[in-house]
Design a protein. Structure first.
Length: 142
């Protein structure tokens, strides 16, 4: 068990068959989501697979979109301003992750192939005004 806490994010799963509410958990080492009664887990968003017999990986989660929002305050000049991070993950032939930070009346976006959550967060950090930083760490899979 990791010494880090677990983050829980609510959102939506969509595919050709429709949409349903989901809960995504991330503990710093794994991401887990339950879709239509099947639990998918992986070390990153681009590698979510159904748990198989005896711990073997099963079917890959693909042909869908996952969407969720999470609070991500931004600190600038000693003042904390509330912000929201909107996440859109498209899983198909490849994984594409789009993060949009709604902060201070603006929207800052980072899009990465491969579902690299940390890489997308780093791109967002690089677009913040000078001296600004995220007000907390966001757990994600390694």
């Amino acid at each position: 068990m990791s010494s880090e806490s677990t983050e829980v994010w609510t959102g939506w799963y969509r595919d050709r068959r429709g949409a349903e509410a989901i809960v995504i958990t991330a503990d710093g080492g794994h991401v887990t989501v339950r879709v239509r009664g099947i639990e998918y887990t992986g070390t990153g968003f681009a590698a979510l697979t159904a748990a198989g017999e005896g711990g073997e990986g099963g079917e890959v989660l693909t042909g869908c979109v996952l969407e969720w929002d999470l609070p991500l305050p931004v600190v600038a000049g000693g003042t904390t301003q509330e912000a929201t991070l909107a996440c859109l993950l498209t899983l198909g032939e490849r994984a594409d992750l789009s993060l949009t930070l709604h902060y201070g009346g603006t929207a800052i976006e980072a899009v990465v192939a491969g579902g690299d959550f940390e890489g997308a967060l780093a791109r967002l950090r690089g677009q913040l005004p000078e001296g600004a930083a995220f007000g907390r760490r966001v757990l994600s899979a390694v």
